[in-house]
Design a binder for this molecule. Structure first.
Ligand SMILES: [Zn+2]
Length: 329
C-alpha cells in the first residue's frame, strides 16, 4: 500500500513524539534474522508530526524472540579467530566511536548503555576511561564480567544503579531506536549525567528510512522488529529538550550511507531463490548504484543521510526547560 493511502489503524499506538494516534502506512518487512518467520511488521508515519515508528509496537515476547536469534551485534570479536570481514568492520566501527569520544569529551567516567559484546567499553578503557555499562543480554554480560572484568548490569537502564550526576559521558550507540520508551531512557540517562556532561548517539534516521524503497525489506536500516522509532534532527532535539538536554550535533556521515547501500545489496542478492535470480539482482544492484548511491551520499552530505552521529549536553541546573510533550515539533 503506498504512503498516500491514509489509515488511522495504528492499533492504538501513540506517537512517541507528539502523542497523537493517526497514521499513514509507510513500509513493512519481516525479521531477516529469522528465515522462514513470515510475520510482517509495519512502519507508519504520524499524520500530526511526521515521526515514523512501528505500529503496532511489537509485544515483549516478540522482542525477546527477535533478540535471541543470531543477532550480529551480539557476536563476540575477542572469541573469533582470524580476521573475517564482520570482525574487521566491527573494529572500524569501534575505532570511529572512540575517535568521536576523544574529540568531544574530556571527562573520565563513562557509562555505556547497551554494551553489546563489549568492544567499545574495552576500547574506551584502553583509552583511559573509567567505564560502567548495562546490557540486556545476560550471556554477554557474564562473558564481559568474567573475561574483560568490567562492571556491567544486566537489563535496561533503570534508577538506582549508580549515583545521580556521576558520569561525564553516557553512550547510546545504536540504542535509542530499540527502546520502547525513548523519552524515559533519555530522562534516566540525563539523571546519571553531571550537568554539562555529554550524551553520545548513533542511530538510523527518518531520512534513511524514506530511501531504499527499491530494496524492500532488505533495506538494512529497517531491522524489524528491533527498530521501533526513526528520528529526525528535529524530533531527537525535541526529546533531548524534554529530558533536560540540548542537542548540539547531528551529522550523517557519507561512509554510513555507502555501507547501508552495500549491506542492503548483499542481503537482496543473497536471499534470491535461484542462481539466475541472484545474477539478475547483482546486475540490477550494479546498475542502480549509479543513481542511488550518489543520491544517498549527496543527502548524507546535506545531513539527511541514513545514519546519524548526534551529541547532546545536559543543561546546567539554572537553564529553563519550556517544552511540553504534546506541542508541535
Ligand atoms: Zn506525532
Amino acid at each position: 500500500m503506498p504512503e498516500t493511502e491514509c489509515t488511522t489503524n495504528g492499533f492504538g499506538t501513540r506517537c512517541t513524539i507528539c502523542g497523537e494516534d493517526h497514521w499513514t502506512f509507510l513500509r513493512e518487512g519481516r525479521d531477516l534474522c529469522r528465515p522462514g518467520y513470515e510475520v510482517r511488521f509495519r512502519l507508519s508515519r504520524c499524520m500530526a508530526c511526521g515521526h515514523v515508528m512501528q505500529t503496532p509496537q511489537p509485544s515483549d515476547a516478540e522482542l525477546r524472540a527477535a533478540y535471541s536469534t543470531d543477532y550480529a551485534p551480539y557476536r563476540v570479536t575477542w572469541k573469533e579467530p582470524g580476521w573475517p570481514l564482520w570482525k574487521i568492520l566491527r573494529h572500524i566501527t569501534t575505532w570511529r566511536r572512540v575517535r568521536r569520544l576523544k574529540r568531544y569529551s574530556r571527562g573520565s567516567k563513562l557509562l555505556d548503555v547497551g554494551a553489546g559484546a563489549g568492544d567499545f567499553i574495552d576500547a574506551a578503557h584502553r583509552a583511559g576511561w573509567d567505564v560502567r555499562a548495562v546490557e540486556y543480554n545476560e550471556e554477554l554480560v557474564s562473558a564481559i564480567r568474567a573475561e574483560l572484568g568490567f562492571e556491567v548490569h544486566v537489563g535496561e537502564l533503570r534508577p538506582g544503579l549508580w549515583e545521580e550526576n556521576s558520569f561525564d559521558a553516557i553512550i547510546l550507540w545504536s540504542v535509542i531506536e530499540h527502546v520502547p520508551d525513548p523519552l524515559d531512557t533519555l530522562r534516566l540517562a540525563c539523571s546519571y549525567l553531571r550537568p554539562g556532561g555529554q550524551l553520545f548517539f548513533q542511530l538510523p534516521t527518518l531520512y534513511g528510512i524514506e530511501r531504499g524503497q527499491w530494496f524492500g525489506e532488505h533495506w538494512t536500516l529497517l531491522d524489524l522488529p528491533r527498530h521501533l522509532n526513526f528520528f529526525s534532527k528535529e524530533s531527537l532535539s525535541r526529546l533531548c529538550a524534554l529530558a533536560g538536554m540540548d542537542l548540539m550535533i547531528f551529522k550523517t556521515p557519507t561512509l554510513d550511507a555507502a555501507w547501508c547501500y552495500y549491506a542492503s545489496s548483499v542481503s537482496y542478492i543473497a536471499q534470491a531463490e535461484t542462481s539466475a535470480k541472484r545474477v539478475l539482482r547483482l546486475v540490477s544492484v550494479g546498475m542502480r548504484a549509479f543513481i542511488l548511491l550518489p543520491d544517498l551520499i549527496f543527502r548524507a552530505w546535506r545531513a539527511r543521510g541514513t545514519e546519524a552521529f548526534a551529541l547532546a549536553f545536559k543543561k546546567e541546573a539554572n537553564e529553563p526547560n519550556h517544552l511540553s510533550h504534546h506541542s508541535d515539533v
